[in-house]
Design a protein around this ligand. Structure first.
Ligand code: MN
Length: 248
């Protein structure tokens, strides 16, 4: 086994980052290090600057849009210099329609700026809001959108595939019946692996990038292939969307 992919991990939220980075580099795990607020992106980027396998992403999590909206200009300013964006998107856990509207307008502004400064890979949150997320992305969107921990409907999977979007699958999705049905519906050339650590747990521990191996085992079952063939498929998918040409 070589070259794994963790397309959505909050590396900046682990207490012992150097240990994780060491694992990532030794095990060759291409890791998109998402951040939740523009003000923490600089520190994250610095802390992974010497790595070959970590791709820092600038984000503004939808649940922080209300408290951190003043940081949106910072994000928009930095966008031309970054290749990876996330975590961004919508979260309709809130029933506050004004807040949902604020989330939509921030998400649309970020997508617009990303479209103006392609190529970009954008990792997107869509809890209870998948229809609006897919509709705001629209058809023919020029940057790469990865729907992370997708939990919408089966028909929405089809629409997302038609529109060229990707999905990143984590251990929590693999454990749930609904997640399994969604995964079975996804075209395999649009599938990536992720942990969403430390928010997803494996056993009683926060997931860490090497835990994408358990997702590959599930994908291998669904796709009727070996875990190594599933790993290769995910790697080919990741290399297809990678905006930068660096070869570690
Ligand atoms: Mn996340």
């Amino acid at each position: 086994m070589t070259d794994l992919v963790d397309a959505h991990c909050h590396l900046d939220l682990y207490p012992d980052l150097p240990v994780l980075i060491d694992q990532i580099e030794r095990q060759r795990i291409h890791t998109i290090a998402v951040t939740n607020a523009p003000s923490v992106f600089g520190r994250c980027r610095e802390s992974v600057a010497s790595t070959d396998f970590v791709y820092p992403a600038i984000g503004l999590h939808p649940e922080l849009v209300e408290s951190h909206s003043r940081e949106l200009p910072m994000l928009l300013d930095l966008l031309p210099d970054v290749s990876f964006v996330g975590e961004v998107g919508l979260d309709y856990q809130t029933n506050d329609e004004e807040l949902r509207e604020q989330q939509r307008s921030v998400f649309a502004a970020i997508l617009q700026r990303c479209a103006d400064t392609t190529p970009k890979v954008i990792t997107v949150h869509s809890r209870r809001s998948s229809a609006d997320v897919i509709s705001i992305v629209g058809a023919d969107y020029p940057a790469t959108v990865i729907l992370h921990w997708f939990s919408g409907g089966l028909k929405e999977v089809d629409t997302a595939i038609e529109r060229g979007l990707y999905f990143s699958i984590n251990p929590a999705m693999v454990r749930s019946k609904k997640g399994q049905a969604l995964i079975a519906r996804m075209q395999r050339d649009r599938v990536l692996t992720e942990t969403d650590g430390p928010f997803v747990a494996v056993g009683r521990q926060p997931a860490e990038p090497p835990d994408v191996a358990s997702v590959l085992n599930h994908l291998a079952n669904v796709w009727n292939c070996s875990p190594n063939a599933a790993r290769e498929t995910v790697l080919v998918n990741f290399n297809r969307i990678r905006p930068d040409a660096r070869t570690p």
